[in-house]
Design a protein around this ligand. Structure first.
Ligand code: GLN
Ligand code: ZN
Length: 760
């Protein structure tokens, strides 16, 4: 084609190729690394990332995407937005205060953390109370200078847009947005002015909130912010960056007085494409073409990417385009290079951050000179073809069941009101039955044993008898405590998804595919690369063993289809709905196997139900429809007397209550110990009429709550909820707690339930 395009990046993974970043942070927190050594190590990691991007041919290299914890926290700290409890006295915020805000300290609880849009990354929520903002340090400027000085890179500072920053903060009412913009704008402009004075060319201002449903009033604020920037800082080239979805208010956004608009052409690409076809794209702006999926780990289909660029070229000249990932690459692992243990066909189908930068470069070369890039394009095509035709990805048995999905019965044979009395009779539980959410403390001993087994130091039978001992003592403990419905304790599980992924067809596990979840915490999501199918019972052995030790009921314990989906990297050639249904069908077989083996109370955890929520209102109902149906497919084939439990946590529930009801689980337990009143009122409003366990204590803290405290929560709940439907349980699994505090807390909980029973 002979055309020239620019290559840009939006953000690079912070964690280091071997998670050195995480290790440095944790060593520093543990007092094992001096501050100067810590800072030096961070600088070294950072430099490596900058140089790598330069080597990969990235022309617009992001700076200030790096952080010691989180970019939203950085913004808050830069503006001096430090909650009062941290006793901050103004001026530059110390490293200690910075980390105290992130992680809590002896004196002050940490700031809240919440999900970054629909990703698995969590940011620190700024608390904008009465404080007025001040520029305590210019972090983007420092990052720019660092790259310039040490790597000779004139980087592109990445800064959270003021609109997005305020929308994601808490501590003020939506009606006060205009006032807050007025307060913050001068400080924000001052920060940008310093960049301008330094000679910075491009800045990337991230406004992902623009892909959500933006009101007219909000749009006025957006216009106000960008008009002010254009006026006050005319020398800066502003790339207004959006990602994760299309921009509905394209017509207005594209008229903002900025120098570039970055759009996501991977997620919801049609919205953006159609908008450009319809309204055109202004000649005086660069178009940031979000071309390579920053959220998926798969090699891109470069032919289709080239076709997309050609389509865009009908409205936007090539030299106006900047080819870039759809969002920051912090959501994918660093490099596929260490993945030597993977099947080579699968390995070659993966593209992590570094490989995605290579793809961008190759695309740019193909656009400049298609003949020159032909060989590499062909190689890429072949890798993809080989992967696509893997039999594990095209299983006739799974696909033919797929066609049955539509017809599949996803309802229990009796409605809840009819099966409830049958269940009451079968189980004969006291009112306000007590139970737990599943896992019991995973002691160092348990972790050790698993490690030994993984390293083949222990054989299967050795490991299994160890697990049996753990289960037996867990059952004994629960009996001693007087709990009504017991669990086996989940000692065989590292986490909720990996355990199932290893036992189902269609999953692989990487060696080093880590991504940042929050702070120094990284996760290594399983990869769903093929059709998901049931191989053999996954949990029956442990549950049956636990049940054999007691006359109390033992709940079976599974992870639900949506949670398995949301916490994995998912193949992108099938819809998420299809993959969820495949998982659901496999779980249905597990549920049936448990039931056949005499486990007739089965909990299917779905903590991620809310996580999969689409960003735009209009997509939400259809998501909830298929998500709840997947859950019902997994759980509805059981007998009337079999009791299905579910558990949810980490989220707001108010906007999905109807979906929670649609799960039609017999009992749901919800993590609410920190926001009781509100939720109870809403449950009442929605007419929640199934069994419910509102967590009566917060398991995230080592504190042992008193019986009186828990009584109080139970009493408040019973003012609106039917005692016949109410369960008493902690608000989440106990895996991360110590054994002694767990015993004490559960003893108090059982005492509270018994006392409450005397009253109702
Ligand atoms: N059953 C799981 C456990 O107890 C549930 C964990 C969760 O909800 N996150 O660990
Ligand atoms: Zn939970």
């Amino acid at each position: 084609m002979g055309e020239t395009v620019t290559i840009g990046n939006l953000g690079y993974p912070r964690i280091g190729s071997q998670r050195e970043w995480k290790k440095a942070l944790e060593a520093y927190w543990a007092g094992k690394l001096e501050e100067t050594d810590f800072l030096q190590e961070m600088a070294r990691i950072r430099l490596e990332q900058l140089e790598l991007q330069k080597d990969k041919g990235v022309e617009l290299i992001p700076v200030n995407d790096f952080t010691f914890y989180d970019h939203m926290l950085d913004m808050a700290v830069m503006f001096g937005i430090v909650p009062e409890r941290f006793a901050y006295k103004g001026g530059q915020v110390s490293l200690d205060t910075y980390f105290a805000m992130a992680r809590g300290s002896k004196q002050a609880a940490a700031c809240e953390m919440t999900k970054w849009f629909n990703t698995n990354y969590h940011y620190i929520v700024p608390e904008i109370g009465g404080q007025s903002p001040a520029l305590t340090e210019n972090k983007p400027l420092a990052a720019y200078r660092f790259a310039k000085q040490h790597a000779g890179i004139a980087g592109k500072p990445v800064i959270v847009g003021l609109y997005t920053f305020l929308k994601l903060s808490k501590g003020f009412q939506q009606a006060e947005l205009g006032q807050k913009v007025g307060q913050f704008l001068p400080v924000y402009l001052q920060m940008l002015k310093e960049l301008e004075q330094e000679g910075v060319n491009w800045v990337q201002i991230d406004e992902p909130v623009l892909v959500t449903d933006v009101s007219d009033e909000d749009m006025e604020q957006v216009e106000r912010i960008y008009r002010a920037i254009a006026q006050e800082v005319p020398g800066l080239h502003v790339m207004l960056q959006t990602y994760f979805e299309g921009v509905d208010r394209f017509e207005q956004v594209v008229q903002l007085p900025v120098h570039g608009i970055g759009l996501d052409f991977v997620h919801d690409r049609e919205t953006n494409l159609q908008a450009i076809a319809r309204y055109g794209f202004p000649r005086d702006k660069r178009l940031g073409v979000g071309l390579i999926d920053g959220r998926s780990i798969w090699r891109a289909d470069l032919d289709s990417k080239l076709r997309l660029v050609e389509t865009l070229a009908q409205s936007v000249p090539y030299e106006q385009m900047i080819l870039q990932p759809s969002c920051s690459l912090m959501h994918v692992p660093v490099s596929t290079e260490p993945e030597e243990k993977l099947d080579p066909v699968i390995r070659k189908a993966l593209a992590f951050a570094n490989e995605k930068l290579d793809e961008l470069k190759l695309l740019a070369r193909a656009i400049r000179n298609s003949a020159e890039a032909a060989g590499e394009l062909e190689a890429s095509r072949q890798h993809l073809d080989r992967f696509r035709s893997l039999p594990q990805r095209n299983r006739q048995d799974v696909v033919s069941r797929q066609t049955e999905w539509a017809k599949l019965q996803d309802k229990r044979s009796l409605v809840f009101a009819e099966r409830f009395p049958l269940q009451q009779e079968k189980w004969g539980l006291p009112v306000l039955p007590t139970t737990t959410i599943g896992s019991f403390p995973q002691t160092p001993e348990v972790r050790q044993a698993r490690l030994r087994w993984r390293r083949n130091e222990w054989d299967q039978s050795q490991y299994e008898s160890f697990l049996q001992e753990q289960i037996a003592s867990c059952i004994r403990l629960q009996e001693e405590l007087g709990l009504d419905v017991l669990v086996h304790g989940e000692f065989e599980r590292t986490d909720m998804v990996e355990f199932f992924g290893e036992k189902l067809d269609g999953f692989i596990f990487t060696q080093n595919g880590w991504v940042q979840s929050y702070g120094s915490r990284c996760v290594k999501p399983p990869v769903i690369y093929g059709d998901v199918a049931f191989r053999e019972p996954m949990t029956v052995k442990e549950s049956v063993y636990a049940q054999s030790l007691t006359s109390q009921p033992v709940k079976g314990m599974l992870t639900g289809p949506i949670t398995i989906l949301c916490w994995s990297f998912v193949r992108d050639d099938r819809s998420r709905e299809q993959v969820a249904n495949q998982i659901a069908l496999a779980l249905r077989q597990e549920v049936e196997a448990l039931e056949a083996a005499g486990i007739e109370m089965i909990q299917v955890d779905e903590p991620a139900l809310r996580e999969g929520f689409p960003l735009k209102e209009r997509d939400r109902e259809s998501y909830l429809d298929w998500a709840t149906r997947a859950f019902r497919i997994a759980t509805s084939s059981v007998k009337d007397t079999t009791q299905i439990h579910t558990h949810m946590c980490y989220c707001e529930f108010h906007d999905i209550l109807h979906a929670i009801l649609a799960l039609d689980a017999d009992v749901i337990s919800i993590e609410t110990s920190r926001s009781h009143g509100e939720l109870i009122a809403k449950l009442e409003g929605e007419g929640y009429d199934h069994g419910i366990g509102l967590g009566v204590y917060d398991i995230h803290s080592p504190r042992v709550p008193s019986t009186a405290e828990m009584m109080d929560i139970i009493e408040r709940a019973l003012q609106v909820l039917d005692p016949a439907l109410f369960w008493v349980n902690p608000d989440c699994g106990l895996k991360t707690r110590g054994l002694e505090e767990t015993k004490a807390a559960l003893a108090n909980m059982v005492a509270a339930a018994r006392e409450a029973r005397r009253k109702w």
